[in-house]
Design a protein around this ligand. Structure first.
Ligand SMILES: Cc1cc2nc3c(=O)[nH]c(=O)nc-3n(C[C@H](O)[C@H](O)[C@H](O)COP(=O)(O)OP(=O)(O)OC[C@H]3O[C@@H](n4cnc5c(N)ncnc54)[C@H](O)[C@@H]3O)c2cc1C
Length: 416
């Protein structure tokens, strides 16, 4: 089949290289999309959340011809990667798999952030505190020391002296990872896509159709490889396989306005790091005021199971009251701070918190990527690099902890 000049031009628009993102989005929006069956691409990535965006980025870097699709656009408000901010820390209770991935990812986020006119990584530090002697914290500290990762640590006296805006209890201790901090979530995902010189074309993909030549049909594309990085939508796309193994839960976050003037400066990134209050697996965490969005607070425990398409996105009055009660206890200077806005998002939990990076059974070159389980954002660069390596090298073994076989149907969280 001869490719017409018009088809060639549209193909270039699809790559985002010829006409820029706006025009490619527009071509899709208008249904003005013609792709010759001869233009088989190396990889279609379905889902432009943090995992799909970094997968596409690394695949492009490896020289592959890549298309990126998303039903609603990159880093949109209902995606698990949407919203204002995410914690990036490198200690994981000494778990070498996630600790290394986080450190590797931090370096990549930093490079990308430095290329932006407005940073996407704020290295304001991350405080972790819990009752002294907590085994998870002890293992994190041992890892930080062994890896010579910049941090400060101390008991409740040190904590009080370092961060007087927080009310620490007697017998608590903590540490601050000095080079870690916060990622500006939605904007970061969009920056990854733009840096890859791609657009997330708006298209709702279905499971792949295997063609007679061994390639796969995915919507308007024919691809040699497909990655489905659909976050909480993965079990909706592959229900027989993933229902009960990836479970979306409702999560609320709350923003409060710090006071004006010098008192308010105590909640700005220079004075307050990202913080996590860890109590035997129950985590409350929050952020200094970033990008004028107020002081953010959230409870990390899993909410009720929800459908990401239909869940009610209004923050609950009970949630706001619980957040305020926590503020009164830990951040007395914010006890009466006005609630300014909140968000309802969802985690996409695997049974124990380990990610899913494995093939769709029966399809050598179709990958399922997800299960971020409330801690996946920071790892986007490392996940994307791993998936791109799988696409390029079919002999690369799947990490057993990321395998489909390891995904049980009973929720029992072990990764924090
Ligand atoms: C409130 C909250 C706080 C969190 N805090 C942290 C944190 O502090 N640190 C951290 O590291 N992680 C955190 N996480 C977890 C992290 O944000 C997620 O694990 C991660 O963003 C998941 O990314 P994803 O790419 O897998 O999914 P998503 O971001 O949901 O992306 C999936 C994309 O696939 C698209 N899609 C789905 N189906 C289709 C289809 N059929 N066709 C086309 N497109 C489709 C969707 O539109 C969506 O854009 C948090 C999550 C939440 C919700």
């Amino acid at each position: 089949m001869r490719i017409t000049r018009r088809q060639a031009a549209i193909g270039m628009v699809a790559s985002g290289l010829a006409a820029g993102p706006a025009r490619a989005e527009q071509a899709f929006a208008e249904g003005d999309w013609v792709v010759s069956k001869e233009t088989t691409v190396d990889l279609v990535v379905v889902g432009a959340g943090v995992f799909g965006a970094w997968t596409a980025w690394h695949a492009r870097r490896a020289g592959l011809n890549v298309r990126l699709l998303d039903a609603h656009g990159a880093g949109h408000a209902r995606a698990s990667s949407g919203g204002e901010s995410r914690v990036i820390r490198v200690s994981y209770g000494g778990d070498p798999l996630y600790s290394r991935m986080a450190a590797d990812s931090l370096a990549q986020w930093d490079v990308l952030s430095q290329r932006q006119s407005q940073p996407i990584l704020n290295r304001c530090g991350v405080l972790w505190f819990s009752p002294a002697g907590d085994p998870y914290m002890a293992k994190s500290l041992a890892w930080l020391r062994a890896q010579r990762i910049a941090h400060s640590e101390g008991d409740s006296a040190w904590l009080r002296q370092s961060l007087p805006q927080i009310a620490f209890n007697d017998g608590e201790s903590g540490f601050i990872e000095r080079d870690s901090g916060a990622l500006i979530a939605s904007r970061a995902v969009q920056a990854v896509v733009a840096d890859a010189r791609l657009v997330a074309a708006r298209y709702e993909a279905k499971p792949p159709v295997r063609l007679s030549n061994g390639a796969f049909g995915v919507g308007p594309f024919v691809a040699r490889n497909v990655v489905y990085a659909c976050g909480p939508w993965l079990p909706k796309l592959f229900p027989d396989l993933l229902k009960g193994r990836i479970v979306a839960t409702r999560q609320e976050v709350y923003h409060f306005a710090p006071p004006a003037g010098a008192d308010g400066q105590r909640y700005a990134p220079l004075a307050l790091p990202v913080w996590a209050d860890f109590n035997g697996g129950d985590i409350v965490y929050g952020f200094p005021e970033l990008e004028g969005q107020g002081f953010k607070l959230a409870f990390d425990r899993h909410g009720p199971e929800v459908d990401p398409d239909t869940q009610d996105r209004r923050v609950s009055a009970e949630g706001i009251a619980a957040a305020r009660a926590y503020l009164a206890q830990r951040f007395p200077g914010l006890a009466d701070a006005p609630f300014i806005h909140g968000r309802v998002c969802q985690y996409e939990n695997s049974s124990n918190g380990d990610f899913l990076i494995d093939r769709l059974p029966g399809h050598d070159r179709v990958w399922l990527v997800g299960g971020g389980s409330g801690h996946g954002f920071k790892h986007g660069p490392a996940v994307g690099a791993r998936v791109a390596r799988h696409v390029a090298d079919s002999a690369l073994p799947v990490e057993p902890r990321f395998s489909l076989a390891s995904k049980a149907a009973v929720q029992k969280r072990t990764v924090y």
